[in-house]
Design a protein around this ligand. Sequence first.
Ligand SMILES: Nc1ncnc2c1ncn2[C@@H]1O[C@H](COP(=O)(O)OP(=O)(O)OP(=O)(O)O)[C@@H](O)[C@H]1O
Length: 688
Amino acid sequence: MTSASPPGHLDEEHELDHEFLTELAFLERARKALSWMLDHARMRVATGEQIAGDRYTSETLGRYLKSYAKELAEEPDSPLYFGRLQFGTDEDAGEHLGQNYYIGRRRINEEHGEPLVIDWRAPVSSIFYRASARNPLGVAARRRFGWTTRHPVELTGFEDERLDRGEELGTTSELLTREIERPRVGPMRDIVATIQPDQDELVRTDLDRSLCVQGGPGTGKTAVGLHRAAYLLYAHRLQLKRTGVLVVGPNPAFLHYISAVLPALGEVDVQQRTLEEVIGRQSIRAQDSPEAALVKHDARMAQVLHRALTGLISTPTEPIALPDGSYRLRIPLNVLIREVETVRREDMPYGVGRERLRARIVALLQRQLEYRAEMPGHRWLEKTGRARPVVAVLDQAWPKIRPEELLTNLFSDKAMLARAADGILTDQEQQALLWRRPPRSFKSAAWSTADAVLLDEIAGLIDHPEGFGHLVVDEAQDLSAMQCRALARRSRHGSLTVLGDLAQGTTAWAAADWHEQMAHLGKPDAPVTALTTGFRVPAVVLAFANKLLPELHVTAPATRSVRADGELTVRHEQDLRAATVDRVRAALDQPGSIAVITTDARVGELTEALQQADIAVDTAEQDDEHRVTVLPATLAKGLEFDHVVVVEPDEVVRAEPRGLHRLYVVLTRAVSRLDVLHAGPLPEALAR
Ligand SMILES: Nc1ncnc2c1ncn2[C@@H]1O[C@H](COP(=O)(O)OP(=O)(O)OP(=O)(O)O)[C@@H](O)[C@H]1O
């Protein structure tokens, strides 16, 4: 194994070995090339108007070049490349015979030459991530570079694996270890330099394939999902620019945490939203009882709503007679009845069905005019479609309805609900849905989170929503069947990357089986892949959290932590406020972020205790300013902190029905150190 690093300062340059000097020279060349690219891009921004033909394209081009120039200008903050592939000279190297490639976050090329640095998403870069001693894929040596983390970044050394001599570091690589163990500050970072072979396979799965990734805490699911989005945008830029990529996360705090990853990879056009924002129809003013929420999130509601909506379609009761000049155009009742039946059988979205019925009625009337050798024009067809006798039939047999109106009627009218839910929901379940005090009109109805999903289902039955080319769904174990359907509607013509951990399911409807969940998400045949290497949580902390696993009643493969470092302390304390202040003070002596995680009820008290001790604290709403955050257990999902202080774990367990799962999430947020403080008893599984 070869590795190199500068032994001292530049004035001791003569001591640097030859290889390192060569690398420094290359770095200089790459920096110059980047600087040329930046100047060139700026120049093109300035002259954009002359390059492009018409005004629209010149504006678009100008905008593109501006953001490109901005991206390039921001580049000096991150290393220009992280690895080098040196191909061998035998036939396994194929077209890359004897070549050297530097791999980085983006392509860098000189004014008139070959690229100096290749984008990590280019096909050949995949070899960097996947080549192994057993299967070198033509590579003689793989080199990883180390950089300072301060600005401006400087090369600190490199680490070589001579794959042709059977050398391979895998997860023992010092640079990988350093990257994983580095103290966390600020938002999540990308992992392009150290993507692991199994992660790379998921990242590069092609656009037409949907995936489900089950992985324990800290196995890199979120990282994989975000890098896949970046990869797909590279490989299918034009298609996805048109159709869009959406990342769905559990809450705004999580989305904020991950928000910098894609922009750092040069991708600024990806929407990142919570499910509520995706649905986004209503302001939420009501809260359901647990029983009502359970029924509303159940897949059977889809059938109930479908039946309620199609139940509005009825047999026409009047024929059509439409004056047209001195004539009267007619459609007899039996023909109208037949038309409604024909459209109903076509089983299209309700709103589309109404328009189809209108078009068929107009076509029948048009034919009568044509018998009289008249050729009606576009205007006539339009006017006839809106004529009162035609609209009257539509309103009676296929009435227009808003989702809010239908749901208000359904939850206010016992008989209507009974008709729609007969044989689908029990009497008790129907009772849970009915409003005790119905609003006067659907306009004044107060909707719950679950209602918003139902309204979205109805809207989807009336007309298909616009979809995305690709959706990344994180923490997907927590989605209900109805929430899954909302996302399935938006990826009908696209693909999905679904990420989650059954052991971290905290909702009453959390998934117990991924295949079932994928069926609700509209991709029943998508393969389920497991990630089992843990990069976040140190082995000692993971072993403690994993004591809960047998009680969580889920089947998921165990996670093996690559981290031998880390500390765990469990303390019985009388005064939790004082103990929390004490632990946070001790943590402040070390670098990195700190979180105190506890029940919602204790957040205020502990924030106050820290503030009284002159420790500046962030809360879940206002973050990113200080090193210490006090976080309710309910908002910890997906986040990570260097040092975590968990206060009174048994209260976390008792605060909600799936409290044990919540505690599992909470205990697995620590990157380096976990302190557990308790005044009451520890949860039984942890005490063993
Ligand atoms: N290949 C890798 N190289 C370096 N760091 C990695 C790698 N894979 C994951 N990580 C790091 O491990 C940490 C956990 O990753 P991530 O948040 O994606 O895990 P997760 O599976 O989504 O976790 P959870 O289920 O707890 O939300 C992050 O800091 C991430 O950057």
